[in-house]
Design a protein around this ligand. Structure first.
Ligand code: R1P
Length: 285
């Protein structure tokens, strides 16, 4: 039996942060960062049966063309992703009555529709990009025992070598090949860098002295063995991929490229690009 302090439930039997009961969640789940993006997705559902939430974690569950879908806002960062992935897995795979694992583990499909910035000058704002791999520059996965594929281990080693003076160990997450095949048609594809903060961890300095001031230049010049580059930067994808793979779920991250620090340029129509990314995903579900 799982202790009450390990798997915390609210008085109504819902899980602690997401505030959801097991039946509230569909097997196809869209992640958005901003809670205000949740209705921008669910407005396309034919019906909405669940609208629940707590803090930044807002969930709408409904039906689209006969398929049950949930959309959840995760807030910002892999620390939040840690909460969301673990609580989703518990909702799917733990019997909340007996607080024991179910006999058969089930998996869900997770598709992040997020925003991002380019690392390469030839990736224009307005692009929608599917992440094939993500490089986690956070320490989340150092708290878990997980086996990594050979390709992931080699990529992590190449990244560590290239960013020679890091005091932490970047990790790699890989997209679900099935979801990549289902959703990435017509999109750019790339390798996404996931940062654990918006300012210093992305090499931004307003008034700070940064430990890695050349982080973006280093990211820009990195190449894999196959000469692939790091395409874009955001704050969740590596954590989503690594935790989903560890727990046996399937994940894909779709990035709307909205602002370029390389060209000091903002996308003139960000809402339209995000809406296009949302419709691209929903049309393929
Ligand atoms: C930072 O402003 C946030 O925007 C990006 C980053 O990943 C981070 O969460 O994505 P979302 O717009 O999906 O939240």
């Amino acid at each position: 039996m799982i202790a009450d302090t390990e798997l915390i439930l609210n008085a109504d039997g819902s899980i602690y942060h997401l505030n959801l009961r097991p039946g509230d969640l569909a097997d196809t789940i869209i992640f958005v960062g901003d809670q205000e993006r949740v209705p921008l997705v669910s407005k396309y559902f034919d019906t909405i049966e669940v609208k629940k939430g707590k803090r930044e974690f807002i969930t709408h569950t409904g039906m689209l063309r006969g398929k049950r879908i949930s959309v959840i806002s995760t807030g910002i960062g892999t620390d939040n992703i840690n909460i969301v992935l673990n609580e989703i897995d518990a909702l799917i795979n733990v019997d909340f009555e007996t607080k024991t694992l179910k006999k058969e583990m089930r998996s869900v499909d997770i598709i992040r529709i997020g925003t991002s910035g380019p690392i390469q000058g030839n990736l224009p704002v307005g692009t929608v990009l599917a992440s094939e791999f993500a490089i986690g520059f956070d320490t989340l996965m150092q708290f878990y025992v997980k086996s990594y594929a050979k390709e992931e281990i080699e990529l992590a080693a190449a990244v560590t070598k290239h960013f020679s003076n890091l005091s932490f160990h970047p990790y790699i997450g890989t997209a679900s090949p099935r979801l990549m095949a289902q959703f990435s048609g017509g999109l750019s594809k790339g390798i996404t860098m996931t940062a654990p903060g918006f300012y210093g961890p992305q090499g931004r300095s307003v008034r700070s002295h940064n430990m890695y001031p050349d982080l973006i230049q280093k990211a820009n010049s990195f190449r894999t063995k196959k000469k692939q580059c790091i395409t874009n930067l955001e704050m969740e994808t590596a954590g989503i991929y690594a935790l989903a793979n560890m727990l046996g779920h399937h994940a894909l991250s779709i990035n709307a490229i909205l602002a370029s620090r390389l060209h000091e340029e903002f996308c003139p129509n960000p809402s339209e690009v995000i809406d296009a990314a949302i419709r691209h995903v929903l049309e393929r579900i």
